[in-house]
Structures are given as structure tokens and as C-alpha cells.
Design a protein around this ligand. Structure first.
Ligand code: SAH
Length: 373
């Protein structure tokens, strides 16, 4: 018989309260107790919840469960980065990455099995797209990483998750209805209790969803810009053909106004000879100067089959300096975990592609030559 028990993992507080009231006739504080057990103490088993009455625990076990994805493999980088592959079903796998730094620990989580955005320089895009992750599968990545980190690690005994970034596999805003509840659990003080500035959603630029998010959520926003003009961005980030740069930036400034946020982080992958020329830096500065924007330059990370190369270090430094000289704050993202293919853009997981048409191919109307500045 099918398992009809409700998975409590990932249910935002209001939904958990409604669930305990309707299914168990219990008061809202029971939901709060449950959240503490699930998120603070990492419980996966009702029987361990010692401050709940025996009867209540038994009742719970009949209608509910706490079910987390299974870890298939773990890899550890020489720099302390850890990457887990999680099983989503018999064939599919997604990846989660923990990046320790002296002053913080960042967990990079996935939102989809694969990705349909088809960005030309991204390993996940090459895998195609299979499906959205559920709320439990998104929150489950944090739950599992916490368990693994708490289990003790000779490389970093005090490893903690201080920041969560939705920068793993997938386009989070294309899985809006599951990503938003998951972020509520990350910021809820009975959930992972992270401040809104420590949860970052990164998007390739789904403009309507950015407006929607501005109404409903206030996490930090990062936007994958990667090019200073539409011709080049159309080629690198195909969704640009639907939502060009001026629309995207208008949505970004709206988000900041609405959320009273500090700034948007724009991500910019440095591709040798493609988007790394001084002229590109000057164009970018014209777009972003005087705006609540920071630029994060990401040295390109290679993967099998790509024709792109990373810009030379000197070109990246020059690019940053031009931006800084033109009034735009730009920093260079340090590459982490590349020896285990855990760096930005390298997450591949295991994906059975179900896309019928690739966004980049379908919309490919811009020729290479016209895309150059
Ligand atoms: N789909 C979302 C979340 C992914 S975040 C988004 O596009 O923002 C991962 C970041 O790494 C994005 O900025 C992405 O564009 C960037 N990236 C992708 N492939 C890369 C590569 N090969 N090298 C460096 N950065 C890459």
C-alpha cells in the first residue's frame, strides 16, 4: 500500500500548525516543539522526541514521517570543501556542497534535478532537466549536511552552516512554489534560524518571478549576469532572449526597493576572450554605476566537453580594476572544491534529460559574430 504519511520535513510553521490541528487535534505549540526536534536537534524519528507524550508520538507516526534523501557518495576536497550526491530516485542524483571558510560555513544547495536554462558555460545545463525538487528534498539537503557536519570531522570539528546559497543545480525561480517554503524554514527561528542576509537565491533572470519574490520573501538576491549587452547575454544565458538586460535590471532595482535590501550581487563568469575584455567592463560599469549592485567575478570552472577557457588571472584583475575605477564594487570569487568538481558550474549529479527542446537551441537566432562587441 502506498505510504500516505505526510513528510513533515520542510513544512513551514503555519502549515505544520495547520497539520497538527487538523490531523491530530493538537495545539500550535506542538508544531513548534516538532520544529525544534526536526531542525535544531536533527531528529528523524518521533520516538526520540522525549518531551512529547507517548500517545501523541504514536499518533504522529501513523499520519506523518520525517523522510530525508539518501546520501549516495561523499567527496572531500583538499581545501575542506565537501560534496554529497543525494539519491532522488533509482536513477537521479543531485549534489550539495559545503564550503568551510575561517569565519563562516556556506552550504550550496540544489533546487532541481538538472536545469532547463541551458546556459552555454554550465555543466548542469549539459545534463538537461528532469524535475523540480520537492520542499522536503530542498530542506533535506540542509538537514543531511547538518547531520554529517555534526557527526564530527577531523578536517573541521566545528563546521557549521552559517549561510545557505541556492547556487547548486537548477534554476530556483523555476521551482518557485517549492523554493519559497524551503526558504521560510531556513529563516524561521524554529527552523535553521538564519538571517535573511545569510540566505541567497541565485537566478539566471526569471523576471516575473523576481517581481513575485519581491512580494513574498526577503532573502538576498544574486543574479547571473555574465554579459554587459543583450547580444552576448543572449548567447551565454538564453533566457535573456525572453527577458533582456534592461527588464532584468528593472526587476532587480524593484526587488531592492521593495525589500529594503542592501544590494544585488551580480555574478559574472570570466570566459577567456568572450566576455572579459576591458570594453565589457566599461559597459558593465555603465549599467551598474550608482545602483545597489555588487559584482562577483567567477573564474570559469571547466568540465568535460566545454570549449570555454578561464580568463587569465591578469585579465580578471584588470577587469575588476576597471569596474572599481568606474565606481562599481567588484570582487573575485575564490575557486573552491574544483578538485572534486564541486566548484561553481561544475555540479552535474545524475540526470535523465526530459527536455524536448533546449532553450538555447530553440531560441538561437543570434549569430556568433553579431554577439561580439
Ligand atoms: N541557476 C541559478 C543558480 C546557479 S548558481 C543561476 O543561474 O544563478 C551558480 C552560479 O555559477 C551561476 O552564477 C552560474 O552562472 C555560475 N556558473 C555556471 N557555470 C559556471 C562555470 N562553468 N564556471 C563558473 N561559474 C559558473
Amino acid at each position: 500500500m502506498a505510504d500516505e504519511r505526510v513528510n513533515l520535513l520542510g513544512l513551514p510553521r503555519t502549515e505544520l500548525e495547520a497539520f497538527v490541528a487538523s490531523r491530530l487535534g493538537a495545539k500550535p505549540f506542538r508544531a513548534r516543539q516538532l520544529m525544534k526536534w526536526i531542525y535544531r536537534r536533527g531528529a528523524a524519528d518521533f520516538s526520540s522526541m522525549s518531551d512529547l507524550a507517548q500517545d501523541f508520538r504514536a499518533q504522529l507516526a501513523e499520519v506523518a514521517k520525517i523522510s530525508v534523501p539518501e546520501i549516495v557518495t561523499e567527496q572531500r576536497s583538499s581545501d575542506g570543501t565537501r560534496k554529497w550526491m543525494l539519491r532522488m530516485d533509482e536513477v537521479q542524483g543531485i549534489e550539495t556542497v559545503y564550503i568551510p571558510e575561517p569565519d563562516r560555513g556556506t552550504l550550496c544547495i540544489s533546487s532541481q534535478v538538472g536545469c532547463a536554462m541551458d546556459c552555454s558555460f554550465c555543466a548542469t545545463a549539459q545534463q538537461g532537466f528532469n524535475r523540480n525538487l520537492s520542499v522536503a528534498e530542498i530542506v533535506g539537503q540542509v538537514w543531511l549536511a547538518r547531520r554529517e557536519l555534526d557527526a564530527g570531522d577531523p578536517g573541521g570539528p566545528n563546521a557549521r552552516i552559517t549561510n545557505i546559497v541556492l547556487m547548486g543545480m537548477g534554476e530556483p525561480l523555476a521551482n518557485y512554489s517549492n523554493v519559497v517554503p524551503a526558504m521560510r524554514v531556513f529563516t524561521d527561528d524554529l527552523g535553521y534560524d538564519l538571517s535573511r542576509r545569510r540566505v541567497t537565491l541565485s537566478t539566471s533572470g526569471l523576471v516575473p518571478q523576481i517581481y513575485k519574490l519581491a512580494e513574498e520573501c526577503n532573502v538576498a538576491l544574486a543574479v547571473s549576469l555574465h554579459a554587459p549587452n543583450d547580444a552576448l547575454r543572449n548567447e551565454l544565458v538564453p533566457i535573456n532572449r525572453k527577458h533582456p538586460i534592461d527588464e532584468l535590471l528593472a526587476a532587480c532595482w524593484h526587488y531592492i526597493d521593495k525589500q529594503n535590501g542592501r544590494s544585488i550581487t551580480f555574478e559574472y563568469v570570466m570566459l577567456d576572450g568572450i566576455n572579459d575584455k576591458p570594453e565589457h567592463a566599461r559597459q558593465l560599469a555603465r549599467l551598474l554605476r550608482g545602483r545597489p549592485a555588487k559584482l562577483n567575478l567567477i573564474p570559469f570552472n571547466g568540465f568535460p566537453g566545454t570549449a570555454y577557457r578561464r580568463s587569465p588571472a591578469a585579465a580578471i584583475l584588470r577587469f575588476r580594476d576597471i569596474l572599481n575605477d568606474n565606481g562599481v564594487i567588484a570582487t573575485i570569487r575564490r575557486t573552491r572544491g574544483d578538485d572534486i568538481d564541486a566548484a561553481c558550474g561544475q555540479l552535474a549529479g545524475k540526470v535523465t534529460d526530459r527536455t524536448l527542446v533546449r532553450l538555447g537551441t530553440r531560441l538561437n537566432t543570434v549569430s556568433r559574430s553579431s554577439a561580439e562587441v
